[in-house]
Design a protein around this ligand. Structure first.
Ligand code: NAD
Length: 517
């Protein structure tokens, strides 16, 4: 689009977090174009929403094949933009995107098709259905940590339902945003069906105020609250996928070798910049020293860098380094001890932070209460099941959690008591990889769910339909009421009694029908 004078275009420099070099420039979308985006989106919606679902799915198939063909190139762009290692770009960003498209291709028609619902006997002669009607223009605002899947999955879910989409990707990873825009263009989606607006929070705020029909936001709690306030002014429905402070509870009878490897991966994958990374580790005191030793060994064996075999990449967003520094400084000043990693004053220049395990922390420290979103893992011993549950539930967040024990009954009992959108038993993070499961948070971790059937239906109005053949001239509950009260009284008493009295029911029903004019 080129409707604005050239001098108004601001350019966003793209810095590679791994090397610190500027690798590209992206044009920011001027905010005065917001109405134009919505106009285009509404125009496209008119025809896209009436296209049969299998035809829309055809576009998704093409998109999927393109991602498969260009997998290596996309992985490179993601790694350049974020500093994550290549393996994580394909395993945790590209694969979940492809799997989500697959899931939607397989299930959209059934999930979004007309659903028949049982009609109660008292409404004899009618049929009931639910229809899923697309909402209109959906605004997707996405973050930088998994810049492909966290933009694409809500986008394709909304598109499958017949909506047009405006994406505002994170300004921190604009190369991926640009690549997504290009992928959709080359997949042949009709013009205006999907549009991408580039820029930072001002651009995001302008699009939020532009009255979309739905907002799907993934990002921080702070921004989520701002967006929800704005959306409330126009009663715009939202889904908010926000931060986490996920606990990992390791009981003494767990497979400790597996749990130690999982803790290292769960805390430090993507340099800890995962909404569902293990951010607090609670270990039963009986195995605490043994477990710490195993964990220390695992963390020491990690290789950091940007080569193809590296385990841990760099941080993505410079400001995030300060959050990690602040939390670690406070903990160390109050007596915490380093098991691995370095004090912030000993960190090297650049965006690589050492995977850091910390002990001797208190529950009221920032390191325990606030999201870190970095490679920092505090470890706390516990004595009883009750204490572990209380610790785990003791923050404002509730996105994911994990419970480690060989006792399946205990695992399920504890899982059921965690206030959390998801729980994993003897593994970490992985619920997100099953697209058949709902995804979302409790407490400040968010509002609403996506993935699963819910993830397709949230982008549609659920429309209730009842159908009558229209043969009778009147209904028993319509006017006139004369003489109907005792008949209704007997009808309902006979119908709703624990032991139904069918004879009385039939007699009164027939009398009411006869009373109909
Ligand atoms: P952020 O809230 O700073 O930004 C997210 C997006 O919102 C960006 O595109 C940004 O430009 C935009 N934005 C910022 N201010 C805005 C405003 N006032 N109005 C409209 N848009 C605005 O978050 P981030 O730093 O990009 O991402 C990290 C956060 O995201 C972490 O808290 C993490 O836990 C969370 N997250 C959650 C999930 C989840 O599914 N629950 C997944 C990944 C990340």
């Amino acid at each position: 689009m080129n409707v604005h004078p050239v001098e108004e275009v601001r350019r966003i420099p793209v810095t590679s977090p791994a090397t610190g070099k500027i690798i590209a420039e992206i044009e920011e979308t001027p905010v005065h174009e917001v109405p134009f985006f919505y106009e285009q989106g509404r125009k496209a919606f008119a025809s896209w929403s009436t296209m049969p679902i299998p035809n829309r799915i055809g576009f998704l198939r093409k998109l999927k094949q393109m991602i498969v063909n260009e997998m290596e190139e996309i992985a490179r762009v993601i790694s350049d933009d974020t500093g994550k290692v290549l393996t994580e770009s394909i395993v945790a960003d590209i694969m979940p995107t492809l799997d989500a498209i697959d899931h939607i291709i397989r299930h959209a028609e059934k999930v979004l098709g007309r659903q028949k619902v049982r009609t109660p006997l008292l409404l004899f002669g009618k049929k009931s259905f639910i229809e899923y009607m697309p909402r209109g223009v959906v605004l997707v605002i996405s973050p930088w940590n998994y810049p492909l899947q966290l933009a694409m999955v809500p986008m394709i879910s909304a598109l499958a339902g017949g909506n047009s989409v405006i994406l505002k990707p994170s300004e921190v990873t604009p190369l991926v945003g640009k690549y997504i825009e290009d992928l959709f263009k080359r997949s042949g989606f009709p013009e205006g069906t999907i549009q991408v607006a580039h820029g930072g929070k001002e651009v995001g705020a302008a699009f939020t105020a532009g009255k979309p029909d739905y907002i799907f936001f993934t990002g921080s709690v702070r921004t989520g609250k701002i967006i929800q306030q704005q959306a409330a002014k126009d009663l715009i429905p939202t889904t908010l996928e926000l931060g986490g402070k996920d606990p990992m509870i390791v009981f003494g009878d767990a497979n400790l070798d597996r749990a130690a490897k999982a803790a290292a991966w769960g805390a430090f994958t993507n340099s800890g910049q995962v909404c569902m990374s293990a951010e607090r580790l609670y270990v039963e005191r009986t195995v605490y020293p043994e477990f710490l030793e195993k964990l220390q060994g695992e963390v020491h064996s990690l290789r950091q860098g940007d080569d193809i075999d590296a385990d841990v990449g760099s941080m993505t967003f410079p400001a995030q380094k300060n959050v990690v520094r602040e939390q670690l400084d406070e903990a160390l000043q109050r007596g915490a001890k380093l098991v691995t990693g370095l004090k912030p004053e000993d960190w090297k220049e650049g965006m690589y932070l050492p995977p850091t395990v910390v002990t001797d922390v208190e529950q009221d420290m920032k390191i325990i209460q606030d999201e870190t979103f970095g490679p920092l893992l505090p470890v706390v011993p516990f004595d009883t099941e009750e204490e572990a549950i209380a610790y785990a539930n003791g923050t404002a967040y509730g996105l994911n959690a994990s419970v480690w024990t060989r006792d399946r009954e205990k695992a399920r009992r504890v899982s059921s008591r965690l206030v959390s959108g998801a729980v994993v038993i003897n593994d970490v993070i992985i619920t997100v990889a099953n697209h058949g499961l709902p995804f979302g948070g409790a407490k400040e971790s968010g509002i609403g769910r996506y993935h699963s059937e819910a993830g397709l239906r949230i982008f549609c109005h659920e429309k209730a339909i009842m159908e009558d053949k229209g043969f009778l001239n009147s209904e028993i509950q319509w006017y006139p009421y004369k003489g109907k009260y005792p008949l209704f009284l007997n009808l309902f008493k006979s119908y709703f009694s624990e032991k139904r009295d069918w004879v009385t029911f039939a007699r009164n029903y027939i009398s009411l029908l006869r009373n109909n004019k």
